[in-house]
Design a protein around this ligand. Sequence first.
Ligand SMILES: Cc1ncc(C[n+]2csc(CCOP(=O)(O)OP(=O)(O)O)c2C)c(N)n1
Ligand SMILES: [Mg+2]
Length: 324
Amino acid sequence: MDTTKKELVKAYRLMKSIREFEERMRSEYQQGKLPGFIHIYRNQEAIAVGACLDMSNGDYIASTHRGHGHCIAKGCDLDGMMLELACKQDGFCNGKGGSMHIADMSKGMLGANAIVGGGPPIAAGAALTAKTLKNGGVSMAFIGDGASDQGTVAEALNLAVVLKLPMIFMYENNFYAEFTRNPKPEGQIAARAGSYGMPSVVVDGSDFFAVHAACRQAIQRARDGDGPTAIEAVSARYYGHYEGDAQAYRDGEEMQRQREEGDPIPRFLADSRCSALDADLIREIDDQIQTELDGAVERALAADDPTPDKLYTDVYIHYEGVLR
Ligand SMILES: Cc1ncc(C[n+]2csc(CCOP(=O)(O)OP(=O)(O)O)c2C)c(N)n1
Ligand SMILES: [Mg+2]
């Protein structure tokens, strides 16, 4: 599969933006400047970026509680995200969403979701919309290994096959659900999805090229009207379940090895297909990301909180006038 230089630059920029955005968030969070709970995506960046690279704003994704990478990969700008994570009134959801409920409809990002397994039925609905409107759109649900056992996921798998939906089930198997190691052997999640009657593959989630190739094929299949595909991308969680989790339940040596071997960014740059990305170009991109982040953090911390009179806005849809 050919990946153009433009695509490689975009992929690098997005993976590095996710990495740096989250590391900056961690630092601000540890200083008590960001509220709520955050779940860091580190070392899974190649999955979000490989998955979203062939999608446009007219395609949909439904994210998870570990959603910053999905947002950035789908094109959400860092400024709006940082404002939202700081719960400021100019954030994507006017400060009401924060990390776990952030959404940006203009980019087809249907939302992070604190309900484990909440995304796939939403993505199935979006896929049905695209199919009904015949607009060529596709829809993707990101699903953790823990979430893969939820009944909502089973329902979405079933509907996607029965209705031949333009949908991709993107499983991110990082082998942990909160503090519990997932006992399923690698490939079992994909096999279960396959048993519903859709093609299913297992890829190395640290390998951008493997993820991108599988997603390109699945997205094309969906656009061609051939129905859903399931992809199990295997990775290892880098940090704890949430920021602040010391991971005392993991073997330290094994974790260190997984952290090093599982880093998708040096692996991407070392690939011969990236030889066109010279050191000056990488430095330039890195500098641009830092400048963008400096501005985003400064603006977010200085921005206004939502005012008390906005307490009940953006919470419920008001149907008056809509259903007439
Ligand atoms: C319906 C529901 N059950 C339980 C929880 C608590 N919970 C939050 S995250 C999580 C684990 C999810 O694991 P996984 O799907 O593998 O995603 P990961 O955290 O590894 O990205 C659980 C059980 C929840 N938020 N929602
Ligand atoms: Mg997991």
